[in-house]
Design a protein around this ligand. Structure first.
Ligand SMILES: *Cc1c(COP(=O)(O)O)cnc(C)c1O
Length: 561
């Protein structure tokens, strides 16, 4: 007998042993209780006496009577057990609902409970124990974690391009976690596989691609989506690259504006294109890409005998919220036979609104689009998509057909196995939370959300426009409003003196708001400009009173500067 047959029969024996263990342990909870009450023999499901140790082991590794009393302190299994966990999970849920969801979004509560990094470990015990802690202690830890975490759903958290706790997004996320799917095959993710297709098709329809044709994927963030776009552009032009690598290729150049998201450079480096081959295109005084400068930089690359590969235009720049002129850029891409990627990670949400979608005029001319529903549309993190006009290209560029996951001889239509379009293997279902929101609010609800955040942002802009000490940097296009605030005693300053002062004011005001916990708004410098604040909205639950609060609070925090 060949050695491998021996091994095979051995392992088959082990398998049957495993099954009999499972059978004996799959009895009612009654038999489990008897066991954990210390009776020497217990009845299996079939009524036969079974070895108690084996039953325990097969069940969930409960080791003693004490275990039950200590609410599963020594619980090693990975299965929820109603007796041990139901109350714990409900208590935990109550805490999360009360403290994180409702108190965390209450205007009467702080946005942040600031603690120095050196002090935090004395308030939240982050050390990992040899033996597990009790349920009581776990609940205390949950309270501590919530207490010292920033409440990003708080109405006064306007620090980044995401915020709020959408109730439908939240429960969608919870359901995702309870089901814990990995969306690579229809086999393990039937509903989510089809749900992704449906939702991505709808997003493409909104972009303006007929009947939602094209392709798309969910990505772990807009940065990665931009990286995918670069790889697709390269694969489109040089399909052989996938196999032979970069050594045979000419130097490829990617063009993006100086205000583009840093991920374009970062992913160009990661993909072997090199940050030096991302040519920066100038922006105008509103932060939009200068098409003339784009063309002259393309010609520069051609003179250098490099290959102009793609333009990554931005629809809603991260800081200023500017929209590049997509239609004109598309014409340039056509002229030079280049891929057009539109990074609409931030501004893509405006497409939902009949009133604001003109900002992305020409977006349908793109070869690929990054659109993050977790930003302007306020879906929970992370929810990022890459939409592609070319069918089959994602698969062509990324598929490797791993035999253990994407078996070619499956009994169902494997066109529903989307996994090989991705560079990830296991993949979280980021679709459900957004799909759930969309279902609950409808397309019209999402449109109202967008219209409301734009309306509030315009209200804020008008409110500060004429106000003493407030200086708008530019007329906002998206919901970003960038401004300087000059404290009352410094309003006589001019030129460099004023600029130096402003540069210092923003970080001080920021420190004060964090220590007080009253709000979170970010500041930054840009090119040669001194630090300025960027107010930014994605939370449509805010009110005009909140806008006035932000203004008053900044004036209060800066009153003595
Ligand atoms: C936020 C942002 C990104 C990056 O998205 P992540 O999901 O944070 O990785 C890319 N581009 C623009 C314009 C952005 O604003």
């Amino acid at each position: 007998m060949p050695a491998n047959e021996n091994t095979l029969s051995e392992s088959l024996e082990q398998t049957s042993d495993f099954h009999s263990q499972r059978d004996s342990s799959s009895g009612s909870s009654e038999s489990l209780e008897k066991v954990s009450n210390g009776s020497a023999t217990a009845k299996g499901a079939n009524g036969l006496p079974i070895d108690s140790k084996r039953a325990i082991k097969g069940r969930c590794d409960l080791s003693s009577n004490e275990t039950m009393n200590q609410q599963g302190r020594q619980f090693h299994g990975s299965l929820p057990n109603r007796t041990l966990h139901e109350k714990f999970i409900r208590d935990f849920f109550d805490i999360v609902l009360e403290k994180a969801v409702f108190e965390g979004t209450s205007r009467n509560e702080k946005v942040v409970e600031w603690v120095e990094p050196k002090v935090l470990p004395s308030l939240v015990d982050l050390t990992l124990p040899l033996n597990g802690v009790s349920h009581e202690e776990l609940l205390t830890l949950a309270r501590d974690i919530i207490k010292y975490s920033v409440k990003t759903g708080h109405p006064h958290f306007i620090n980044q391009l995401y915020s709020s706790v959408d109730p439908y997004g939240l429960v969608g996320q919870w359901l995702t976690d309870a089901l814990n799917p990995s969306v690579y095959t229809y086999e393990v993710s039937p509903v989510f596989s089809l749900m992704e297709n449906e939702l991505l098709r709808e997003m493409r329809t909104i972009v303006g691609w007929e009947n939602g044709r094209g392709d798309g994927i969910f990505c772990p963030g807009g940065s990665l989506a931009n990286g995918y776009a670069i790889n697709l552009a390269r694969h489109y032009k040089f399909p052989e690259f996938k196999e032979i690598g970069s050594s045979q290729l000419s130097r490829l150049v990617v063009f993006t504006s100086e205000d583009a998201h840093y991920s374009v450079k970062k992913l160009a480096a990661f993909l072997g294109i090199g940050t030096g081959n991302v040519y920066s295109v100038k922006v105008d005084d509103r932060g939009k890409m200068c098409v003339r400068d784009l063309e002259s930089r393309i010609n520069e690359a051609l003179r250098e005998k490099a290959v102009p590969l793609m333009v990554s235009a931005t629809a809603g720049t991260t800081v200023l919220g500017a929209f590049d002129p997509l239609r004109e850029i598309a014409a340039i891409c056509k002229k030079y036979d280049m891929w057009l990627h539109v990074d609409a990670a931030w501004g893509g949400g405006a497409l939902m609104s009949q009133k604001h979608r003109f900002l992305l005029d020409g977006v349908e001319l793109a070869d690929s689009i990054t659109w993050n529903p977790h930003k302007l549309l306020a879906a929970p993190q992370q929810c990022s998509t890459l939409l592609v006009q070319h069918e089959g290209l994602l698969e062509a560029a990324h598929a490797l057909k791993a035999a253990y996951l994407f078996q070619p001889d499956k009994f169902y239509d494997t066109a529903y196995d989307s996994g090989d379009k991705h560079i990830q293997c296991g993949r979280r279902a980021d679709v459900l939370k957004f799909w759930f929101m969309w279902k609950a609010k409808g397309t019209s609800g999402l449109e109202k959300h967008i219209d409301r955040v734009f309306e509030l942002s315009r209200y804020f802009t008008d409110y500060v426009r004429q106000r003493e000490g407030w200086n708008l940097m530019l007329e906002p296009e998206c919901t970003n409003v960038c401004f300087w605030y000059v404290p009352p005693t410094k309003r006589h300053l001019k030129g460099k003196e004023l600029s130096d002062l402003l540069h210092k004011v923003a970080p001080i005001v920021k420190e004060r708001m964090v220590r007080k916990g009253s709000m979170l708004v970010t500041y930054q410098s840009l090119r040669n400009l001194p630090n300025f604040f960027r107010f930014v909205l994605q939370n449509s639950g805010l009110t005009e009173a909140d806008m006035r609060f932000f203004v008053d609070e900044i004036e209060r925090l800066a009153s003595d500067l």
